[in-house]
Design a protein around this ligand. Structure first.
Ligand code: SF4
Ligand code: SF4
Length: 162
């Protein structure tokens, strides 16, 4: 199924180039359905996302303007925005993702890192959690994973759910 594969998103206007992805934190917008929606555009303090008119346009990322701050993640009702940092360290990348389950994971916790289908890809380590009360009612969790999986991991499963 195309919706579960990175290559399906790579040509969409919200997906950063391979070169930009190597350089450090950047928004990865996996929004491919033309629906009337644009909170991501107004949430970005750097003007890096454009929907424009008509409002059903797919969001376009200006990868040069994006600082990878993550402010766009929690505002997306479709849970379609992530921040990927391939320059986190030599071996690991991080993926920051919206997380709507409770309890929240803890910093340092080992979790299962899941793909778009919810299938386990690898083990991950929680780096940061922004709780929902501080973030538009949606928690944002940052997980460190082996670099080669940064285009695949889009969710986590905490140990309590195993
Ligand atoms: S990560 Fe920050 S700078 Fe990049 S698009 Fe989102 S809000 Fe804008
Ligand atoms: S907020 Fe999310 S669903 Fe709405 S246009 Fe932006 S990326 Fe798409």
């Amino acid at each position: 199924m195309k919706y579960f594969e990175e290559k399906f998103y790579q040509n969409s206007p919200g997906y950063p180039s391979k070169e930009r992805l190597k350089k450090g934190p950047v928004a990865v917008i996996e929004c491919v359905q033309e629906i009337p929606c644009n909170p991501c555009e107004t949430a970005c303090p750097f003007g890096a996302i454009k929907v424009g008119k008509p409002i059903i346009n797919l969001p376009k990322l200006n990868e040069k303007k994006c600082k990878g701050c993550g402010k766009c993640i929690a505002v997306c009702p479709g849970l379609a925005i992530f921040v990927v940092d391939n320059a986190f360290n030599e071996k690991e990348a991080t993926v920051s993702l919206p997380y709507e389950f409770l309890p929240l994971p803890e910093k340092g916790e080992k979790v299962d890192a899941l793909n778009r289908k919810g299938k386990r890809v690898c083990s991950g380590r929680i780096i940061k959690i922004i709780p929902p009360e501080k973030n538009n009612h949606t928690a944002v969790v940052t997980v460190a994973i082996p670099k080669k999986y940064s285009g695949e991991v889009r969710n986590i499963r905490c140990s309590i759910f195993k």
